[in-house]
Design a protein around this ligand. Structure first.
Ligand code: SAM
Length: 260
């Protein structure tokens, strides 16, 4: 079954863990684009904001609003981490570093694409998989704006969003990627005091990963040379699989699995 069929979307929105959502057409929005977005995320289209979560589409793009907060994807905020001097000190650079450019990577749990842009800045051609249609809509809009930015453009052009479930998409991949990156939401991240307020909005849409083995096995089925898993520093291994090696930071660690 297509995980994001209309029925499934309605079921998920009815689930108490997913806040009710409306799509609101704001100033400068195109009716066709707003209608398509509402259909894609399985929410009603309205000209007024909803009581809880509102996905607003207007002339500036797409934003998620609710609980007094607004969230919009913005790769400009990543600019300072992408400069040559800074990028090499990113932990992710240490685990993905390569002298080659244009190697293929899959970010199987793309979210808002922050890790993806770091992979792309390291020279990878990155396919981003995102299964949540609301997050995918926000990410798509951020990528669209990133492609117009004079500095980001060159990096963002190496990022290709595919909306859908990685468990289904990865085994179908024809070419073998150099690396697959996995960062499924970890249950403890729901402790709202610990996270950026804006990300709390995003977390109202996500639920913890419950299919760790399926995700891991699907990644292996794509025959990458390397799988990199981002985990909270003290969290258990994803699907209990022991990595080849681990690189630790203050709050997170990367578990690296070498196959090639
Ligand atoms: C913790 S976030 C990832 C954050 C991301 N690394 C970043 O830098 O922004 C996890 C994301 O993975 C997505 N996800 C989880 N399982 C997935 C799957 N099987 N296929 C595609 N996306 C998935 C969730 O919808 C969520 O947006």
């Amino acid at each position: 079954m297509n995980k994001y069929s209309k029925e499934r979307l309605e079921e998920e929105r009815a689930d108490s863990s997913a806040a009710p959502l409306v799509v609101c057409m704001g100033k400068g929005a195109q009716k066709d684009a707003a209608t398509a977005l509402a259909k894609r995320v399985g929410a009603p289209l309205s000209d007024k904001p909803g009581k809880e979560l509102t996905l607003l589409i207007d002339g500036n793009g797409v934003s998620l609003n609710g609980y007094g907060l607004t969230f919009k994807g913005d790769f400009e905020q990543m600019l300072h981490r992408l400069t040559e001097g800074r990028l090499q000190h990113e932990m992710i650079s240490r685990v993905c570093k390569t002298k080659e450019t244009g190697l293929k990577a899959i970010d199987a749990t793309a979210g808002m694409g922050e890790d993806s842009i770091l992979l792309a800045a390291n020279g990878y051609d990155v396919t981003l998989h995102e299964q949540n249609p609301v997050i995918a809509a926000l990410l798509k809009d951020a990528l669209r704006r990133g492609k117009k930015h004079p500095v980001l453009k060159e990096i963002v052009e190496r990022m290709h969003l595919v909306e859908g479930d990685s468990v289904e998409l990865m085994p179908k991949r024809v070419d073998e990627p150099e690396l697959i990156f996995l960062d499924p939401m970890f249950p403890e991240r729901q402790k709202s005091g610990l996270i950026n307020k804006k990300l709390q909005l995003i977390q109202k849409l996500e639920r913890p990963c419950t299919e760790e083995s399926e995700l891991f096995d699907a990644a292996i089925a794509a025959h990458p040379k390397k799988i990199i898993v981002k985990r909270p520093l003290k969290g258990p291994y994803l699907a209990d699989r022991e990595p080849t090696y681990t690189v630790k930071g203050k709050a997170i660690r990367y578990d690296v699995y070498i196959y090639g």
